[in-house]
Design a protein around this ligand. Structure first.
Ligand code: SF4
Length: 236
């Protein structure tokens, strides 16, 4: 007998079907070997409140201006902010990046975050969430893409799509969504589902003018039919 109440089981089954349908549609995304967890952390901080293009540019500029972590540590916050300004919130992000680099050097005697990959997921999550500017999305990204863990970061696309599909309530925050969705994700499928849902959110279930005529899950969608019909007309 399952330990989950019926409503949760139902959502877990629905999410499993979504994962399968997306893999049929898009395939199983290529799983890159884990990157350096500190790079993932910095890149995810740079992605906060901006789009992929500006996050990429900010990261490239940071690397160009400061080729090593030691160079970032030797710089003052203003110089770092100048390098990453294309991504917005530059002073805040610069301060957090520098603070994190100082913290890892102090904790492990060198500028690395790799020891968190040796920890259990719960312990590693606790360490990451203790850092200023690191929330559940960032911590899950570091563990997923920096350590290869089967954990499920919830970004803005995933939050929107899973709400529309009725997998989580419409009024929950992103932080709460992590807690509600994590136990529903099929084991071993977290990264595939994460990447495919983002693609689905960008291509089909878009924030504005979703392409409802191409939807793979009309039977799950909680958006009223009339609203969906209007949205279909709106994109013609
Ligand atoms: S019907 Fe439209 S709004 Fe609903 S899940 Fe599908 S694409 Fe998104």
């Amino acid at each position: 007998m399952s330990i989950f109440p019926a409503a949760i089981q139902e959502r877990a089954l629905a999410l499993e079907k979504v994962a399968e349908a997306l893999e049929q549609r898009y395939g199983v995304p290529h799983k890159d070997p884990p990157s350096d967890p500190l790079e993932v952390l910095i890149s995810t901080i740079l992605s906060q409140n901006t789009n992929d293009r500006n996050r990429y540019l900010a990261y490239a500029k940071l690397k160009e201006r400061f080729p090593t972590y030691e160079a970032i540590l030797a710089a003052d916050q203003e110089e770092i902010a100048q390098a990453i300004k294309v991504g917005g919130l530059a002073q805040q992000k610069a301060g957090r990046i520098k603070e994190i680099l100082c913290w890892v050097r102090e904790r492990w005697g060198r500028v690395t975050l790799s020891p968190i990959c040796e920890m259990g997921t719960e312990e590693a999550m606790g360490v990451l969430l203790g850092l200023r500017g690191v929330g559940l999305k960032t911590a899950n990204c570091v563990l997923a893409f920096g350590c290869g863990r089967d954990v499920f970061p919830v970004d803005t696309h995933i939050l929107r799509v899973t709400k529309r599909l009725g997998l989580i309530p419409a009024n929950v925050t992103a932080e709460r969504a992590h807690k509600l969705l994590a136990p529903l994700v099929p084991i071993g499928k977290a990264i595939s589902l994460h990447l495919n849902l983002i693609r689905y959110g960008r291509e089909i279930c878009r924030a504005r003018q979703p392409r409802c005529g191409l939807c793979l899950f009309p039977e799950l969608c909680t958006v009223p039919l009339e609203a969906r019909g209007e949205r279909r007309l709106a994109q013609r």
